[in-house]
Design a protein around this ligand. Sequence first.
Ligand SMILES: [Zn+2]
Length: 359
Amino acid sequence: MDNYSIIIPSYTVGPDSYKEIPRYCALYGTKAVVIGGKKAMAAAKDKLLRAVEGSPVHISGFLWYGEEASYEAASVLEADSRVQEADMIFAVGGGKAIDTAKLAAIHLEKPFFTFPTIASNCASASSVAIIYHPDGSFREFVHYLETTRHIFIDTDIIAHAPWEYLWAGIGDTYAKYYEVSISARGEELEHYLAMGVHMSRMCMEPLVRYGEKALQDNKEQIPSYDLEQCALAIIVTTGWVSMLVSRRHNMLYNGGVAHALFYSLCSLPGFDRTHIHGVVVGFGVLLQLMIDGDEEECRKLREFNRRIGLPTSFEEIGVTMADLEKVADRLITDEDVEHFPYPLTVEMIMEAAGKLEHP
Ligand SMILES: [Zn+2]
């Protein structure tokens, strides 16, 4: 038997979570440098400075991460003396800023902490970075990175971010449950995989329960309990699940029809520029449920989507049945459905899509 370790990052959440910075960060030294998005740093700067005031931790600078989450942007940061001299890195922002800061921190072998300023993805908790080329096109996933030493989730900052991030984050996050659980169906799983698969239910339940109110509170900029529950599902639970299920089994349990649908539709000209990932993925779950014959769950989720304004038909995402037929081959061979419990066929896709369009 091999030895292996499982590391799951800890978190602090609340409207004043940054107050805990000295407690978790002073162990790693005194000098911190912030790497983040421009809007994110504008939202977090005063709170970060106030949080470390009078503590052993000192923030030596606030650096913009760059245009893209790219190796090129990370190497600019790695060459900066303020980054080189720091004892630790504070990654502040959405997915791209955090992924870029992660790359720089890992190359320089420095501990880092994450400060998500939107509730849209699990970059703050996961051990994956999504890397782009400097022109914005997708380059690759980098897996098994070092993880954050702690996540600080300020719900007041998140409540003041545009609600569309949360909206799309909801669709992408509940998909985790439906995709992970179908990929692992009927399998005997060892400890950490079983933990991840069972925990994935928490990527869906809180969102369906609190999502509608959380979106309303986000529009009114209220850091409510409902918003907090949704932020935790999107940022923390999904990160934990993805780390547990992807450890040593990268694409086995992550992914499913919802992501395969999104990536195959991206082969239609202009689709990726006019559609938001999480919104299409959230709709794609309905297709997966219909293929799987779970019409009751499909009906419930469809009702939820209707209430929060996520799409419930191909028509709403501007895709015709002829468009779908064009990409269906690609969908069934996408790596996201490589580990599906049964073989998918074009006929299955088209039949389920027909049912969705004409309920
Ligand atoms: Zn996704």
